[in-house]
Design a protein around this ligand. Structure first.
Ligand SMILES: [Zn+2]
Ligand SMILES: [Zn+2]
Length: 409
């Protein structure tokens, strides 16, 4: 795999937009900053912290930002930090996002900077995302030849705890109401290092879980005519809900409705019809409306089918993160930013992936683009041998700087 940034190249790119503002991106400076950020990445990797507990990571971020004249806002989503960098000219405001949290995974990498917090590991590369964003802050703080403001959010708790929602609920968009676009990246094993990849529209799925309890009278197994039998109702419900994806979801959309667990009766008791059976499962889709529709139909089909058997179904649903849906206009900015990033290849037509990401909560407020930066042939995300690829740090920094150049000139 060729490194994304050939060593030794001195490169200055100058672009003039609208005839009045010039922003220069100097790759020698990016290379210098990236060396420092690689060290910082290793420090963060050595000290991983899980969602909403990123206190030392947050303190490290603040220490680095405090070296410069950067407006720092803390306390969003407990440990979240916003760095606001103001350009030399007035103008629009955009948001760049990274995440800081680690996972409950036992690291097995033998790296010199392996986790010293036993049972916790940066197995999703958020250490690398934080290092990239600190590199962007370091560069922009010293090169403010842009119009408007860049807000960089160092977000807590992406894994499981919806840190993005916590940050928003703590007033991100009321404190900074002028933000009108958002961009973020995630490293992606299996995509070549040096490739930046995304797609307009849905990129990552929304997911949710469901649980239903079907109730009847139950009774003596030898006298079923004197009972209402929830097990028979359950069998019909299992069959009937198969029609939701096949008959209610449009053929051009995608959804999954799976059963994961069923419980009925006692395995050692063979002459009792149970009075209650329980079933639970998961749902995935790439469109939040499709997801809601599947859950609505699940309730309706279960309740009406149970009624046919003189039973009752109670259905609980739980929504996870919404789908990551990229704005097609902002995708043109992301594409141009990637194309202008020296050493990067752009793939703007990848297939959507099934994991979820809480970046979607920002996209519900302002249009934006989430993109993957290839991590090369590394171990998979969330596995004990995974490690973030340090070679993509300069590429990530330059991609974000190109976004600033395109958006705020
Ligand atoms: Zn993850
Ligand atoms: Zn992640």
């Amino acid at each position: 795999m060729a490194p994304p940034n050939p060593a030794g190249a001195f490169f200055i790119k100058i672009t003039v937009f609208h005839g009045f503002q010039i922003m220069i991106i100097n790759r020698d400076i990016i290379a210098d900053i990236s060396r420092d950020m690689t060290e910082i990445r290793h420090t963060i990797h050595r000290n991983p912290e899980t969602g909403f507990k990123e206190e030392s990571t947050s303190a490290l971020v603040i220490r680095i930002l405090e070296k410069y004249d950067i407006n720092i806002t803390t306390g969003l989503g407990k440990t979240g930090v916003v760095a606001t960098i103001t350009g030399t000219q007035p103008g629009r405001e955009i948001l760049l996002r990274c995440d800081m949290d680690a996972l409950n995974v036992i690291e097995d990498t033998n790296l010199p900077y392996a986790s010293e917090n036993c049972g916790v590991m940066h197995a999703c590369g958020h250490d690398g995302h934080t290092a990239i964003m600190l590199g962007v802050a370091t560069y922009l703080a010293q090169h403010r030849d842009f119009s408007g403001k860049v807000h960089l959010i160092f977000q807590p708790a992406e894994e499981r705890f919806a840190g993005a929602l916590a940050v928003i609920n703590d007033g991100l968009f009321t404190r900074f109401p002028e933000i009108d676009a958002v961009y973020g990246v995630h490293n992606w094993p299996g995509i070549p290092a040096g490739t930046i990849a995304s797609r307009p529209g849905p990129l990552m799925a929304c997911g949710g879980s469901w649980r239903m309890v079907i109730k009847g009278t139950g009774g003596h197994g030898a006298m079923p005519h004197q009972t209402t039998d929830p097990t028979v109702a359950l069998g019909a419900i299992i069959t009937n809900i198969q029609s939701i994806v096949s008959r209610n979801v449009s053929p051009v959309d995608a959804a999954v409705l799976s059963i994961a667990h069923i419980h009925a009766g006692d395995p050692d008791v063979r002459n009792v019809i149970p009075s209650e059976v329980i079933m639970s499962g998961t749902c995935r889709a790439y469109d939040n409306n499709v997801h809601s529709m599947v859950f609505e139909r699940l309730k309706e089909v279960a309740e009406k089918t149970a009624a046919v058997y003189n039973c009752a179904a109670e259905v609980e649903v739980q929504y996870g993160y919404p789908a990551v849906v990229n704005d097609s206009e902002k995708m043109k900015v992301a594409e141009a930013a990637a194309m202008n990033t020296v050493g990067a290849q752009w793939d703007g037509d990848i297939k959507p992936v099934t994991p979820s990401e809480d970046f979607s909560y920002y996209q519900q407020k302002v249009p934006g683009v989430f993109a993957f930066i290839g991590n090369g042939e590394s171990a998979a995300l969330h596995t004990p041998k995974y490690d973030f690829n340090d070679n993509i740090i300069p590429l990530g920094i330059e991609y974000f700087l190109n976004i600033v150049k395109l958006e705020l000139n």
